[in-house]
Design a protein around this ligand. Structure first.
Ligand code: NDP
Ligand code: MG
Ligand code: MG
Length: 331
């Protein structure tokens, strides 16, 4: 069973008197920085000049180059995009790390796949909130938090676990629970979830359903409502109370069809493909491909982005959402 830590399991404020650099001020960066500051920690932002640097200054933070900020702090949390962390680490962070510093992440990718290989005399931990940065910030200001995972990869000082938990407390996560894991488990399950189910699996299933209806001669607008728009309503029910709440809320017709037809769509064959996806994550094939494409200016990535953006469901959805301005929230 997973071990969960709460406020009262973090007896030592291992972060007290330390300066924390948050590298990046995007989705996760702004939330970690602001929550840690509100908890009373000393936070500076390490970032290149640009949109995020301006936002960080407007929010009252001291902003420095990544190299300068690393030099001046004991804990360096890297919240830049995963694909640029390796080069950023080599050029700006590694030369400015000192023994006893701590290097932190919100996703284990670069450590687990050996893109970043830090010296043995620094602590390495991760604290990964299970939600986007804007929710990490909003729930904190409301007195709650988003649950998080934490893991220690390297404990050079004997204090790495205390530091990780203290950091998790600083961003609020111990209010609701912090789950202990490893870099390997966090990285592989995160990649699998987003590829096979949450992002890849879901969009492919919606597209296939949409195409099936449209190819059979049904109006694309109706197809959009039936296989895409209503998805959120179903997911909200599952989120609130599991499959049972969702199945309680839908009609008996829908529930009967759920049992009869669901397994005809997601078959043993589909699960076999899921296992192949997991294997490619575990053996590093996916990571290698992502890193290689990044080095080629994301040639394949950009091509796939363009192709997917052109799908008919995107055009139909764009028009239909104009009927429903209330669904388009700004954060
Ligand atoms: P974002 O893309 O939202 O933000 C990245 C930040 O890094 C921006 O402020 C960007 O600034 C800055 N940046 C980009 N390039 C550089 C550079 N060369 N030097 C310095 N700063 C740079 O990233 P996320 O917050 O989504 O992701 C950060 C980490 O958090 C990743 O490891 C991700 O896997 C993890 N994570 C993300 C979650 C999420 O929901 N988003 C959830 C849990 C973990 P600029 O404006 O200049 O481009
Ligand atoms: Mg992820
Ligand atoms: Mg219906």
């Amino acid at each position: 069973m997973v071990k969960v830590y709460y406020e009262n399991n973090v007896d030592q404020d291992a972060l007290a008197d330390k300066t924390i650099t948050i590298v990046g001020y995007g989705s996760q960066g702004h939330a970690h920085a602001q929550n840690l500051r509100d908890t009373g920690h000393n936070v500076i932002i390490g970032i290149r000049e640009g949109k995020s640097a301006i936002a960080a200054r407007e929010d009252g933070f001291t902003v420095k180059s990544v190299a300068e900020a690393t030099k001046e702090s004991e804990v360096i949390m890297i919240l830049a995009p995963d694909e640029i962390q390796g080069i950023l680490y080599d050029n700006e962070i590694a030369p400015n790390l000192t023994a006893g510093n701590a290097l932190a992440f919100a996703h284990g990718f670069n450590i687990h796949f050996n893109v970043i290989t830090p010296p043995t005399d620094v602590d390495i931990f991760l604290v990964a909130p299970k939600g986007p940065g804007h929710l990490v910030r909003r729930t904190f200001t409301e007195g709650f938090a988003v649950p998080a995972l934490f893991a220690v990869y390297q404990d050079a000082t004997g204090k790495a676990k205390d530091l990780a938990l203290s950091y998790a407390k600083g961003i609020g996560a111990t209010r609701v629970g912090v789950l202990e894991t490893t870099f390997r488990e966090e990285t592989e399950t995160d990649l699998f979830g987003e590829q096979a189910v949450l992002c890849g699996g879901l969009t492919s299933m919606i597209e296939a359903g949409f195409e099936t209806l449209v190819e059979a001669g049904y109006q694309p607008e109706l197809a959009y409502f039936e296989v895409c728009h209503e998805m959120k309503l179903i997911i909200d029910l599952i989120y609130e109370g599991g499959f049972s709440k969702m199945r309680h809320s839908i009609s008996n017709t829908a529930e009967y069809g759920d049992y009869v037809s669901g397994p005809r769509v997601i078959t043993a064959e589909t699960k076999k493909h899921m296992k192949e996806v997991l294997t490619d994550i575990q053996n590093g094939k996916f990571a290698k491909g992502f890193i290689k494409d990044n080095k080629a200016d994301f040639f394949a990535f950009n091509k796939m982005r363009k192709e997917n953006a052109g799908h008919q469901i995107e055009q139909v959805g764009k028009e239909l959402r104009k009927m429903m301005p209330f669904v388009t929230k700004k954060d």
